[in-house]
Ligand binder design. Sequence first.
Ligand code: FEO
Length: 167
Amino acid sequence: MLSDKIYSEFNKQINEEIFSAYLYLAMAAYFHSANLSGFAKWMEVQAMEELTHAKKFFDYIIERGARVALATIEKPKGEWKSALDAFESAYAHEQHITGRINHLMDIAIAEKDYASVAMLQWFVTEQVEEEAHASSIVEKLKMVSGTNGIFYLDKELGKRAFTQEND
Ligand code: FEO
């Protein structure tokens, strides 16, 4: 049985992860409008990954015998000044999500809910990757600033493919 606090925070995390998908889809739409289809593809794959994150929390709440309660998804921002601006926002958003996961972990540890601690461990590791990906693209965008390198980067990012995880 989940405590009231963990139940409510895990439900909120479903919203956070779906909002992440929505935000990245908004960024994909922005990149399509800027004719940067590789960046758009990267964001579309990222959005799909976020939905799998939401589903992990969804499944976990059900496994623990509770009923999921879905809430309204906030409208994301739709305009960015540049590819760098969008990826800086994505990086900042991932740092926010890392903060959320750490917050959930703090609660699970305080409540001695070891099943939730184990479940959250996957997300702790995942967030290291999520931040590293976004931050490395931010750095590359800074390097190619003002050059044609952005088209090369667009081609590279367009190779990203969605792979369904087994766990
Ligand atoms: Fe689900 Fe990008 O964190």
